[in-house]
Design a protein around this ligand. Structure first.
Ligand code: BG6
Length: 469
């Protein structure tokens, strides 16, 4: 069955600054938390120093986007390229670089879709305030956002505030949480989360004041959690996993207050963040114009009773931070009905249809997918090509699920596969590739960094041309 898409559908592709740009300290850029953490693995795999070297290949790469027929390009600005220490002097070279990129995109007929913050907090702010733990960080972000709106807002109309606040918050490395004591650690996390919500609200307000016709949203890491069995306790456990890892965040963005179950958890754990009375109105009034979601896979959970040794609310130590279990709430299980990628992501296009329907019915805001893709090794074959039919299959099935959601009545703005070109995976360097375009480098050898469109590039080009999959 083939699906036809709306005329103005934004067929896009995505990336983020620290994962493609490289030039990590060139032309005045400051170090970021993402750089700092990637350097810890430099002896084993690629880091952000060169990444895909977009900083020196941007013209060639945007020409490829034009050849692909992209309608939109979702990318992020590096805060530390624009303000090297996070809240001090503006770096004119940073502004100049992004102006070149934006102007080139527009000259190719591609809509720039800009994320302000994709995991790369300026490291200077960690040293100064322990980053998001301090309220000052939210104000530093607001100032940075305003600088971006003032410099680029005449041409950039679509903005995303934080990439996946709900996911990055769980990962200590991304937030630079080093506290070992469990109680103190969760208290810091809750405070950081709140300051990011505050920054989100301040930024939405600034965008609406500064950018004429500007539209702004969050980019949430989305999933569905299925119950392991039809036991009501499992159904509830699955719901809780979704509520705690994604929905509380969307609700906070949409309604400006923590949902009851989340507040109860914060109170029970004695980790309610510090707030100011004046925040309330700001958080409630700062409304998103649409919702951007990143979608890769679904999860399955069952009930997980607390006991004497494992009190309710304790995060499981030493397990995957992204998909952690919580005593008294849920335990993640493998879903044997789904295939998994070689990195364990349970592939589930139907889950995407469910998520889209769910968000649409809850928030009635237009939706765009800003990330969706298959991370795997690719082989450059003797014929100088990359035959990634597995990626085509993954993307095709997910686009079909979007087609179904549109038929269900969901308002969809667009779709951006992750990623336009191969880039630094957040944890697996260049072993795990997502791109429609191959970048000829390995983890430890920069080789010639040549760009080679994969089979998926040509397949997607056809989808865009025909507006149909
Ligand atoms: C998303 C992030 O959560 O997942 C991307 O926004 C990331 O930055 C992507 O690259 C895939 O994850 P990974 O770990 O395979 O790179």
């Amino acid at each position: 069955m083939s699906y036809k898409f709306p005329e103005n559908f934004l067929w896009g592709a995505a990336s983020s600054a620290f994962q493609i740009e490289g030039a990590w300290d060139e032309d005045g850029k400051g170090m970021t938390v993402a750089d700092y953490n990637s350097f810890k693995r430099s002896d084993k795999q690629a880091d952000s120093k060169v990444a895909s070297d977009f900083y020196h290949h941007w013209e060639e790469d945007i020409n490829l986007m034009k050849e692909l027929g992209l309608k939109a390009y979702r990318f992020s600005l590096s805060w530390a390229r624009i303000i090297p220490d996070g809240d001090g002097e503006v770096n004119p070279k940073g502004i100049e670089f992004y102006n070149k990129v934006i102007n080139k995109l527009l000259s190719c007929g591609i809509v720039p879709f800009v994320t302000l913050y994709h995991f790369d907090l300026p490291y200077a702010l960690v040293k100064k305030y322990n980053g998001w733990e301090a309220r000052e960080c939210a104000y530093a972000f607001e100032r940075y956002a305003k600088i971006c709106f003032e410099n680029f807002g005449d041409r950039v109309k679509y903005w995303l505030v934080h990439n996946e606040q709900n996911l990055m918050m769980r990962v200590d490395e991304r937030m630079n949480i080093t506290e070992k004591d469990i109680f103190k650690r969760e208290k810091i996390r809750a405070q950081m989360d709140y300051h990011m919500f505050l920054a989100h609200a301040l930024t939405i307000r600034a965008c609406h004041e500064i950018v004429k016709d500007g539209k702004i949203a969050c980019a949430v890491s989305s999933t569905v959690t299925y119950p392991m069995t039809n036991k009501p306790a499992d159904v509830w456990a699955a719901r809780l996993n979704n509520l705690f890892k994604t929905d509380y965040c969307l609700d906070m963005h949409a309604y400006g207050e923590y949902p009851g179950y989340y507040m109860k958890y914060l109170e029970e754990q004695n980790i309610v963040p510090l707030t100011k009375p004046e925040d309330k109105n700001l958080l409630r009034a700062s409304k998103m114009d649409f919702i951007a979601l990143n979608y890769y896979r679904t999860l399955t959970a069952r009930e997980f009773p607390a006991d004497e040794n494992h009190p309710k609310g304790l995060r499981q130590e030493g397990m995957n931070e992204v998909d952690y279990d919580m005593y008294g709430y849920w335990k993640i299980e493998k879903n044997t009905n789904l295939e998994a990628s070689e990195y364990g992501a349970q592939i589930d296009p139907t889950g995407l249809r469910i998520v889209l329907n769910d968000y649409w019915s809850r928030y009635r805001l237009p939706l765009i997918i800003t990330e969706n893709g298959l991370g795997t090794a690719d082989t450059l074959t003797q014929d100088g090509k990359i035959h990634d039919d597995y990626r085509i299959d993954y993307i095709k099935k997910h686009i079909e699920a979007i087609g179904q959601a549109i038929e269900d009545g969901v308002e969809m703005m667009g779709y951006c596969p992750w990623s336009i070109i191969d880039l630094l995976s957040s944890h697996q360097g260049f072993r795990k590739r997502y791109g429609l375009v191959y970048v000829n480098r390995s983890d430890m050898d920069l080789m010639n960094l040549a760009r080679i469109p994969k089979d998926s590039f040509y397949w997607y080009k056809n989808v865009i041309q025909n507006n149909c999959c």
